[in-house]
Each structure stands twice: as structure tokens, then as C-alpha cells.
Design a protein around this ligand. Structure first.
Ligand SMILES: [Ca+2]
Ligand SMILES: [Ca+2]
Length: 227
């Protein structure tokens, strides 16, 4: 069989990309709560947090550094350059995200900084749980980072991870950063959720964007194999 010209394959790929972006959109976080980062250098805590900071430095009712759209930054300029990050030392903090309403969550991306010379490491693992009411949570998804994931590069490199092992459903997402064997600094800059509003749907209707996407993806795959 004659392979289709490149332009045909390109248009199929673009169509699939457009569908992907419309079928799965970023979820805006309404609020998150957590123990604030360390109060050092005017940078290590949650600089942008706009909710309440209690006397024990517990944050609630707002958003900040972890959802401001700044995913990664160089910290080579010194202490103040860590401001985009929230940093905890010898802790395994739990962060509770409120998505505002129930969503099917297909992706949770986390953006960390790695700087071993400054004792800033990757977590050993991450625990995720979903809840519809913020009280009763489902079973825990444990995402263990591999040896190579825990060493994403040299000083000032970025550790960026998909945390979900399978789609979740709910309004509240509880994320715990389980410190690794070093039990030292963790530096987190952003957590990005993707998915669709509403509860987990049953069988999708024929002709829906999702099915079309699957079909187009299959077409592209078949053409690549033929090419
Ligand atoms: Ca950020
Ligand atoms: Ca900060």
C-alpha cells in the first residue's frame, strides 16, 4: 500500500491535537490548604498565597505559588531566586486541593526543583486521594519515583512528574509529598490538574470527541506503521 503524503499525516495529527486540547482542559484550583513552607530569605514560604495563614503557619482558603502558572525557574541567582518555590525541610507535607466542583481528573503534574548541593531532593514517593466532600476519601494512589526520576540532572535541574497512576474523581485532591531517604528539603513550584468537569461518565456516546480522537489516533498509528 502506498503511504499517504506527509501533509495528510500532519493534518490528521493536528486534528487529533485539537481534539485532545478540547477534550481535556486544565482545571482551575479554587483553593488549597497545607502547612506553609519555611520562613527563610523571604522566599521559601508560599509568597503568593492569598488566603489565611494561621499562627501555626497553616494555609487555608486561598491559592498561591503552587497554582500561579509559574512552573519552573532557575535558582542560580541565590536565596531570593527560590521565591517561585515552596520549600519544606525534614517534612512530608500534605496539600489538599479544592477543584471547586467534582471533576474527572486525568492528569496531575508536579514541578519540583533538584539541587543536591543545597540538600534539595526529589520526594521518595507521592500519595494521592480523591474525595467528593473533603471528609471521606477514596483509596490511596501511591506514585513511587524511580531511582532515575529522583536524579533529574545536576544542581538547578527540574523534576517534573505525572503523579496519577489511574484517573481519579472528586472535588478534593489530597497530595502528600513523602520525603525520601535523605529527609531534607523539598521544593515544589506548581501542581497542574487536567480533566473534565462532572462525575465519571459511563459509556461515551458514539460519535463523541473522545471516540473520534481514538479513531484518529489509531489512523495516525496505522499510517506511521505503513510509512
Ligand atoms: Ca508556581
Ligand atoms: Ca515561595
Amino acid at each position: 500500500m502506498t503511504p499517504r503524503p506527509f501533509t495528510t499525516r500532519l493534518s490528521v495529527g493536528l486534528a487529533a491535537l485539537c481534539l485532545l486540547s478540547s477534550a481535556q482542559a486544565g482545571i482551575a484550583v479554587s483553593a488549597y490548604s497545607m502547612p506553609d513552607g519555611v520562613d527563610l530569605w523571604g522566599a521559601y514560604f508560599d509568597n503568593a498565597y492569598n488566603g489565611t495563614r494561621s499562627a501555626t503557619r497553616y494555609l487555608s482558603g486561598g491559592t498561591g505559588d503552587l497554582t500561579d502558572g509559574v512552573l519552573s525557574a532557575s535558582v542560580s541567582a541565590g536565596y531570593g531566586a527560590w521565591a517561585p518555590y515552596v520549600m519544606w525541610d525534614e517534612q512530608s507535607p500534605t496539600i489538599t486541593f479544592d477543584l471547586g466542583s467534582t471533576h474527572t481528573v486525568n492528569s496531575v503534574m508536579a514541578y519540583f526543583k533538584y539541587y543536591p548541593q543545597a540538600a534539595v531532593y526529589m520526594p521518595g514517593s507521592l500519595s494521592l486521594r480523591f474525595s467528593s466532600d473533603g471528609v471521606n476519601y477514596g483509596s490511596t494512589q501511591l506514585r513511587t519515583l524511580s531511582v532515575s526520576e529522583r536524579v533529574p540532572g545536576g544542581n538547578d535541574s527540574n523534576g517534573i512528574f505525572e503523579l496519577l497512576t489511574s484517573p481519579g474523581n472528586g472535588r478534593f485532591v489530597e497530595l502528600t509529598l513523602n520525603n525520601g531517604p535523605e529527609n531534607r528539603w523539598l521544593a515544589l513550584s506548581e501542581v497542574v490538574f487536567d480533566g473534565t468537569p462532572g462525575a465519571a461518565s459511563s459509556v461515551p456516546e458514539p460519535g463523541s470527541a473522545g471516540l473520534l480522537l481514538v479513531a484518529l489516533a489509531g489512523l495516525g498509528w496505522a499510517q506511521r506503521r505503513r510509512a
